[in-house]
Design a protein around this ligand. Structure first.
Ligand code: ATP
Length: 236
C-alpha cells in the first residue's frame, strides 16, 4: 500500500485553476521531490494535501484512507504533517516550547523528552538556544525549529515546502543534510523545492510541475541528466 496516492487532483481559486489534474504516488519510506518554477502550483498542491485548501476535483488517499473531508486539525494526529514555506514558528515562544508544540497530541512524556534530545543531536545549534525566543533566531535556525517541531509530531508523511528559501548556501547544505537524515530514519517525505539541483540530489524520485500540470517524472538521477530539466531548472 502506498503512503500517498493522488489522482487527478484539481485546485482552483475562483476562476483560476492552480492545479489541473495531477497524479502523484509516494511509497512508504520514499523521499520524493516536486520541483517547478514559481507559481507552478506546488504550494497549492501541498496545502490541499493537508486540508488547508479545498480540492475542486480528484482524490487523495493517504495511508490507505480517502482523506476528503478530514478536518485540518486532524492531519497532524494522523501523521500527515507539513512544514510551510516561511517556517511558521511561534515567534513569542522559546525554541523548546516550539518543539513541544509539535508534541501537542502526545502524552508520552518520556518519548517526548527523548525526541527533543534527538532534535538537539540533529541541530546542536538549537540546544544552545533552547531558551531563546524563536522570533529572534536567524532564518536558518527557524527552519531548524520548524523541522524539529515536525519531528516531535512523529510524522508518517512529512511535506516540506521550500526549506531552502532565503537561506545562505552553507545553511541550505546543512538543512538538506538533515532532510537526508530524517528520511534515513524512515520518515516518508515529499519535498517541494525551487532549488532543483539539491532536491534531485537528495531524493529518490521526482516530479516536475509546470502551470498546474505534472510534465515529467522519474528517478531523480535520470531527471538530473535530462536535458529539458537541465535547461529549465538547473541553469545549464
Ligand atoms: P511558489 O514557488 O511561489 O510557492 P508554487 O509553485 O507553489 O509557487 P502556488 O503558490 O501553488 O505555486 O500558485 C499557483 C497559482 O495559483 C499561481 O498562479 C498563484 O498566483 C495562484 N494562487 C495561489 N494561491 C492563491 C490564492 N490564495 N488565491 C488566488 N490565487 C492563488
Amino acid at each position: 500500500m502506498s503512503m500517498l496516492k493522488v489522482n487527478n487532483l484539481e485546485v482552483a481559486y475562483g476562476g483560476i485553476q492552480a492545479v489541473k489534474g495531477i497524479d502523484l504516488t509516494i511509497e512508504k519510506g520514499e523521499l520524493v521531490t516536486l520541483i517547478g518554477a514559481n507559481g507552478a502550483g506546488k504550494t497549492s498542491t501541498l496545502r490541499t494535501l493537508v486540508g488547508m485548501e479545498k480540492k475542486s476535483g480528484g482524490s487523495i488517499v493517504y495511508d490507505g484512507q480517502d482523506i476528503s473531508g478530514v478536518p485540518v486539525y486532524d492531519f497532524v494526529r494522523r501523521g500527515l504533517v507539513m512544514i510551510p514555506e516561511g517556517r511558521g514558528v511561534f515567534a513569542k515562544l522559546t525554541v523548546e516550547e516550539n518543539l513541544r508544540m509539535g508534541a501537542y497530541y502526545r502524552n508520552d512524556e518520556d518519548g517526548i523528552k527523548a525526541d527533543i534530545e534527538h532534535v538537539y543531536e540533529l541541530f546542536p545549534r538549537l540546544k544552545e538556544r533552547q531558551k531563546q525566543l524563536a522570533g529572534t533566531l536567524s532564518g536558518g535556525e527557524q527552519q531548524m525549529v520548524a523541522m524539529g517541531r515536525a519531528i516531535l509530531s512523529r510524522p508518517k508523511l512529512l511535506l516540506l515546502d521550500e526549506p531552502s528559501m532565503g537561506l545562505a548556501p552553507l545553511i541550505v547544505e546543512k538543512i538538506f543534510e538533515i532532510v537526508r537524515k530524517i528520511s534515513a530514519e524512515g520518515v516518508t517525505m515529499l519535498l517541494v523545492e525551487q532549488n532543483a539541483k539539491l532536491a534531485l540530489e537528495v531524493s529518490q524520485r521526482g516530479y516536475v510541475m509546470e502551470s498546474g500540470r505534472i510534465t515529467m517524472s522519474g528517478n531523480s538521477k535520470d531527471l538530473l541528466d535530462d536535458e529539458r530539466v537541465r535547461n529549465a531548472y538547473l541553469g545549464e
